[in-house]
Design a binder for this molecule. Structure first.
Ligand code: URA
Length: 209
């Protein structure tokens, strides 16, 4: 069964509270998404393998560790996931970035894919999907289907806010995918927005409303 990791670090909780405030403007909101993504990514990459190398310090030779082995790709779900890319790539600059575009049909709430561009060697990479809001989970699950169909074996999902419904959906549909989120909110409303949430993450990141 998948693990649900709620990263309740005080800095993450603080930044999420600022993001919830409807008076927080686009510039600050964008910065907060990026910073929160970086902090959650710190935990999502905790199991990266290390290898020991030899290094000369100003004092002596030392055996020391660097990240090794598996290659990583981040896959933002367009468009709100783009807001998390600066933060996660500041931690793992060598990672490749793929894009999957899905929108939620406003009536059925079902995901519709309109774009996918992924690294050629995606099947050999560990993938961390990023999207600020895990609402119904249908979009995220469809993106995971897409990646699995391309041969990706090791997938994690990172969000800032999850709904209980979205996390349950993903854990049922993709029990092999660990979820990393900053907070679990109360519920979805009738329009499938997370409550209390922060509104439409894409609109708030890009200032489109
Ligand atoms: N997407 C958002 O941006 N916000 C929600 O509350 C749900 C989905």
């Amino acid at each position: 069964m998948a693990n649900l990791h709620i990263i309740d670090h005080p800095l993450i909780q603080h930044k999420i509270s600022l993001m919830r405030d409807k008076n927080t403007g686009t510039k600050e909101f964008r910065e907060l998404v990026s910073e929160t993504a970086m902090l959650i990514c710190y935990e999502a990459t905790r199991d990266l393998p290390l290898k020991e190398i030899e290094m000369e310090t100003p004092l002596c030779m030392a055996r020391t560790k660097i990240v090794s082995g598996r290659k990583l790709a981040f896959v933002p779900l367009l468009r709100a996931g783009l807001g998390m890319i600066d933060g996660v790539t500041s931690l793992v600059p060598a990672a490749k970035i793929g894009h999957i575009g899905m929108f939620r049909d406003p009536e059925t709430h079902e995901p519709v894919k309109y774009y996918a561009k992924l690294p050629e060697d995606i099947a050999e990479r560990d993938v961390i999907i990023v999207d600020p809001m895990l609402a119904t989970g249908n979009t995220a699950c469809a993106a995971i289907d897409e990646l699995k169909a391309l041969g990706v074996k090791n997938i994690k999902f990172m969000c800032i806010i999850s709904s209980p419904e979205g996390a349950d959906n993903m854990m049922q549909t993709h029990p092999d995918v660990d979820i990393y989120c900053g907070v679990m909110d109360e519920r979805l409303n009738d329009d499938k927005y997370i409550v209390p949430g922060l509104g439409d993450a894409g609109d708030r990141i890009f200032g489109t409303k």
